[in-house]
Design a protein around this ligand. Structure first.
Ligand SMILES: [Zn+2]
Length: 136
């Protein structure tokens, strides 16, 4: 599969939503979401479909090459959410427009990726006013 076909597959598979914070691509018309390596290249992660995810700029900048973080509840080292191997709903839940981590993986990922930074809450408020639903 060539690079363009692979990128297209990742975008289509994600339904044009950030696979971490569920932000829709249409909310960011001038900046395309990133095709990111779930396991970063520097950790040996391959550039194949099983290791790629669609991520908004905010999630990707915060995630960087990280593959784990600390669960803020237990202080334990925990892997980050892997959208290829896990279901979003098993780790996160919407509370209004706030994303709540339900598991160690969910909590560590919400915190590291800054999923509820005020700018992102403000953006979700604006999107909600335009009719975007945040659920599931
Ligand atoms: Zn995101």
């Amino acid at each position: 599969m060539n690079d363009q076909a692979l990128r297209s597959l990742v975008r289509r598979r994600a339904g044009d939503l950030c696979e971490y914070c569920r932000l829709p691509q249409w909310s960011s018309p001038y900046v395309r979401f990133h095709i990111e390596h779930i396991i970063a290249l520097q950790h040996g992660g391959p550039s194949d479909a099983d290791n790629l995810a669609l991520a908004c700029g905010n999630c990707n900048y915060h995630k960087g090459p990280n593959i784990s973080s600390i669960d803020p509840k237990t202080g334990q080292l925990t892997p980050l959410f892997n959208p290829r191997h896990e279901h979003w709903c098993d780790h996160f839940v919407w509370q209004g427009i706030v994303i709540i981590g339900q598991t160690p993986i969910g909590r560590a990922t919400v915190r590291l990726l800054g999923m509820n930074d005020w700018q992102r809450i403000e953006l979700r408020e604006n999107l909600q006013a335009l009719g975007e639903q945040f659920a599931g």
